[in-house]
Design a binder for this molecule. Structure first.
Ligand code: ZN
Ligand code: MN
Length: 475
């Protein structure tokens, strides 16, 4: 690759979280028997008239506002004509001439290097029906037909599979934060066409591009791009030429295969959609949508570093998922111990979630309970190792930390009478260590504290144990 520079551009289709479909009142959801959420409009029956879904427009415009696009105060719909069984009216309603959002940028970070990826535009369109290819037939489900999609088209600014995946990850983070889409990849909520080309180092124009259609996992995109860029390099090195073409990723074989020579935009005979008026927005409307935007991951990261004095690493981990970030904030505020809140969430909580394959929404330990647990450690009522046991109980069963501590007998022994007894026993049994301590070896005390911990079966408060020992040793 070293004598070639890759250029990668993405066309990202995202299913918007709307109650109804893009141009009709049919329910837009992933569940339900095939072909039950359908009507004449989304089945493409003759004479059925589409109506624009305002919620979809609002969501797409908000994505534009998040990435700094210019929002078109007047945008229009076009027909993209083609023949395929997944689009029974033989055209897709989309935006070509005047899309809703123009320009914008998304910042990514790969290997500690920040890079700005330019977005060409975002347009509004409708999804097509879902085809399932069987052995001798194809089954078509129109429940997905005409669901609201936004399509975001980037400039070819990414130069590696890592950068492409970083872009998609950053975008997905934002879309989930702002409740634009669930971005469930298994459900096909995010589908990408991946364009890639290579050019010799020191040359300017982009090379001949190939397009990988309909990629829906980030891992698949990474593997496919790695393969595809290498294939292009090998072809040129062997003296071959590259064709502008659409290729398909065969995930099992781990290779890309030619599908068809790439069609050009004019092949689709785009023309203005005669059945829909333009989308006209006022600056006030756009300003109101801007005001609805949530705090974005990058801003939240900065705030976590400032307000909670967290290391950049912690802030990055905690804000990668909005629900985790919300949970952390609740624990931090209720406990007042920010770093402990971060340690517990990043450590025990994420570990336990991963182990059980649960999402944060499903956990039984409430932020309040975790904050109380932190309080118990801070007050030295329980040791940090006992706290981990309590955490596990709360994680599995929920409940009140103080009650669990009591029930399990995990409270630290802070009763000085009991501690004095343990200290006396430790001193008696370790004459040599005591002599060492008395000859000035301060470290010998730690050994004795350890003995007290052992005698108390881990329940002694280590600080009070040290005090009890000192008191007796100084006599
Ligand atoms: Zn419908
Ligand atoms: Mn599209």
């Amino acid at each position: 690759m070293s004598d070639f520079i890759p250029s990668i551009g993405l066309e990202v289709h995202v299913q918007l979280k709307t109650r109804t479909k893009m141009f009709c009142a049919c329910a837009a959801h992933d569940e339900g028997e095939p072909n039950t959420a359908v009507c004449p409009v989304c089945l493409g029956l003759p004479g059925a008239m589409p109506v624009i879904n305002r919620e979809a427009i609002r969501k797409t415009a908000k994505v534009g506002l998040m990435i700094g696009s210019e929002i078109s105060l007047r945008s229009t719909f076009d027909r993209k004509n083609y023949f395929y069984p997944d689009m029974s009216k033989n055209y897709q309603i989309t935006q070509q001439a005047l899309p809703l959002c123009i320009g914008g940028t998304v910042e990514i970070e790969v290997g500690g290097q920040k890079k700005v990826i330019r977005v060409h535009h975002i347009h509004q369109e409708e999804d097509v029906a879902k085809s399932t290819h069987m052995e001798t037939s194809t089954e078509i489900d129109f429940n997905r037909a005409s669901m609201a999609l936004m399509e975001l088209v980037t400039e070819p600014d990414m130069a590696s599979p890592d950068e492409a995946v970083a872009f998609l990850t950053a975008l997905k983070e934002m879309l989930i934060y702002a409740d634009i889409s669930d971005c469930n990849l298994e459900m096909g909520h995010v589908r990408c066409d991946v364009n890639s080309s290579i050019r010799p180092v020191g040359t300017d124009p982009l090379g001949v591009k190939s397009e990988l259609k309909n990629m829906n996992t980030f891992k698949g995109i990474h593997r496919a791009l790695t393969y595809e860029l290498e294939r292009q390099v090998q072809t040129l090195r062997a003296g071959g030429t590259l064709a502008q073409e659409t290729r398909r990723w065969d995930d099992e074989a781990g290779i890309t295969l030619p599908m068809r020579s790439k069609e050009y935009a004019h092949d689709y005979r785009y023309f203005p959609e005669p059945d829909l008026p333009p989308v006209v927005l006022t600056p006030d409307r756009v300003a109101a949508w801007r005001a609805e935007l949530p705090e974005l991951p990058a801003a939240r990261r900065k705030r976590f570093i400032q307000d909670y004095r967290l290391p950049e690493y912690d802030a990055g981990v905690l804000t990668a998922d909005k629900a985790i970030a919300d949970y952390f904030e609740a624990v931090a505020q209720a406990s007042g111990n920010f770093k402990a809140a971060s340690n517990w969430v990043m450590g025990e909580l994420l570990r336990a979630l991963g182990e059980k394959g649960l999402s944060i929404g499903e956990v039984k330990i409430t932020p309040t309970a975790l904050a109380q647990l932190i309080g118990l450690v801070d007050a030295k009522t329980i040791s940090s190792s006992a706290a981990k046991d309590v955490f596990q109980v709360l994680f599995d069963e929920g409940g009140d930390p103080a009650a669990v501590v009591k029930q399990k007998g995990l409270a630290q022994v802070s009763d000085t009478g009991a501690l004095d007894d343990f200290a006396a026993q430790a001193i008696q049994a370790n004459e040599k260590v005591v002599a060492d301590f008395q000859s000035g070896k301060e470290a010998a005390l730690q050994f004795l504290v350890g003995q007290v911990m052992k005698l108390s079966r881990g329940k002694a408060n280590p600080q009070l144990a040290a005090e009890a020992l000192r008191k007796q040793l100084s006599r």
